[in-house]
Write a protein that binds this ligand. Structure first.
Ligand SMILES: [Zn+2]
Length: 477
């Protein structure tokens, strides 16, 4: 039997003015896809896997229309060329916004369905921060999403979806998908599966999963920084039995809604001034402060200098900021060379409305792995070390620091652009603080413009009733 494999995977804040281009995507094609670690699990006796195209990018602003069109048309060409096959597996994120287009995954998956025809089973895997629509559900037979945030079950989730597809092909059965919207949108930082009530809700999915007729139970938190009609939480269940799936979907949706007032930030959080006040009096180290409004892994631009400005104003010493995306500043550092002293502006290189700071800095270290877009520079200004990167990127893994000769454990205050801390930084934070800073992924979502979301929706609206109502995929009716 033959399974074709592809997809597109990113997350886009509709509040960001910085559009993604094709260069922002890491594209796997053909054998590179099958040989990648990401798809390394694709192996089953008697199954041939046909690699199509998989495009993945660090979250950011909306994808430019030409970039999306180019990726989609190459994917569809490869899909046509791979025919005939028995099943299609798509590894998606679920929160793409294409400039000028709503429900991009609906567009991508529908286009794939039009080519493979009605009889081909189609399985998808999602990030739990993806948004779902009836259009998407109507094209698919199998759905599985992450059950952890921070995400530590990426591969497991992809395998759940793919395994259901393999099982369906082997048994000759056809699962189906039921779902229910929940008019509720909360940031991932308030719905971490390491904190209650999300932890308990996700634990409960395992019980539902064991029921007869249920293959895969999911709770989608959704993506809050998308001001588009489909943006909501939802429950999605892959099942063998319509009645069991319908009941499970309504139960999951109702329990999420019931807990809506209970979700809190997992770490100490507040304004930047409050968090720096706590950091100043901390007797332990390293204090790790998340600059949450500019978190690139949530779709933030990553070029803002708010925290740098605040530290300079306070005369702070012994802090490490990792990092600020600023290509012109990195280029200037490379021109000056290691040890060079330069006066320049840092911040606001991508979004002109981002704050910036004029600093005099010494170039401490340059990192040049090859392409100019991958370059990094470490500079020191008035007792503050700053990592500058040529492209938007996170500094969430220990290796990101050690590569630059930096020790995140050895500083008094480390500032990262992050929401909840990554699995590698969280254990060393002592303590962990989250500053509710400005940016295109501002955590204070009630303050964001909500012009296009379907209303009412909590917490933008609070005074309304809701009862979940499951809908089946059109393919399962
Ligand atoms: Zn996510």
């Amino acid at each position: 039997m033959r399974i074709a494999v592809g997809g597109i995977h990113t997350e886009c804040s509709t509040y960001s003015p910085v559009l993604m281009t094709v260069e922002d995507f890491r594209v796997l094609r053909g054998e590179d896809l099958l040989n990648s670690d990401y798809f390394g699990f694709l192996s089953a006796e008697g199954i041939d896997h046909l690699p199509l195209l998989h495009a993945r990018a660090v979250p950011g602003g909306p994808v430019s229309r030409p970039a999306y069109d180019a990726l989609k048309s190459e994917f569809l060409e490869r899909l046509k060329a791979a025919l005939p096959f028995d099943g299609l597996y798509l590894a998606m994120h679920g929160a793409i916004k294409v400039d000028g287009m709503d429900d991009a995954e609906g567009d991508w998956i529908s286009a794939a369905r039009a080519i493979v025809g009605a009889s081909c089973p189609l399985a998808v895997s999602y990030d739990l921060h993806g948004n779902v629509s009836q259009r998407i559900i109507d094209q698919i037979d199998i759905f599985a999403a992450y059950r952890t945030a921070p995400h530590i079950d990426t591969r497991e989730t992809m395998m759940r979806s793919w395994s259901m597809l393999v099982e369906a092909l082997r048994s000759g059965t056809r699962p189906g998908v039921a779902w229910a919207r929940v008019p509720l949108l909360l940031p991932g930082e308030r719905t971490s599966t390491e904190d209650e009530p999300a932890a308990g809700l996700y634990r409960g999915l395992a019980d539902i999963n064991r029921r007869p007729g249920i293959l895969d139970a999911n709770l989608m938190v959704g993506y809050v920084w998308a001001d588009e009609p489909r943006a909501t939480a939802c429950a999605v269940v892959t099942g063998a039995d319509k009645e069991a799936a319908t009941k499970a979907v309504e139960e999951i949706a109702a329990s999420y809604w019931f807990n809506r007032e209970e979700f809190r930030f997992g770490s100490i959080s507040g304004s930047l001034a409050q968090m720096l006040g706590i950091a100043e009096s901390a007797k332990t180290a390293p204090v790790i402060l998340a600059d949450s409004g500019d978190n690139p892994t949530g779709g933030g631009v990553g070029d803002r200098a708010d925290v740098l400005i605040a530290l300079i104003e306070r005369g702070w010493r012994d802090a490490l900021i990792a990092g600020i995306a600023d290509r012109p500043a990195v280029d200037a550092c490379f021109a000056a060379g290691t040890g060079g002293i330069l006066k320049f502006r840092v911040g606001g290189s991508l979004d002109t409305s981002s704050p910036s700071a004029e600093i005099e800095a010494k170039v401490v270290r340059l990192d040049d792995p090859g392409p100019a877009t991958e370059r990094q520079a470490v500079v020191e200004a008035a007792g503050i070390e700053i990592v500058l990167s040529a492209r938007r990127r996170p500094y969430h893994n220990i290796e990101d620091f050690t590569r630059l000769g930096l020790d995140p454990r050895g500083v008094r205050l480390l500032i990262v652009k992050s929401g909840y801390l990554s699995p590698e930084l969280a254990p060393i934070a002592n303590p962990s603080l989250m500053a509710l800073t400005d940016g295109v992924v501002n955590q204070e979502i009630e303050k964001l413009a909500s012009l296009r979301r379907e209303r009412p929706i909590f917490p933008f609206d609070r005074d309304f009733e809701f009862r979940p109502s499951a809908r089946l995929s059109a393919r399962w009716i």
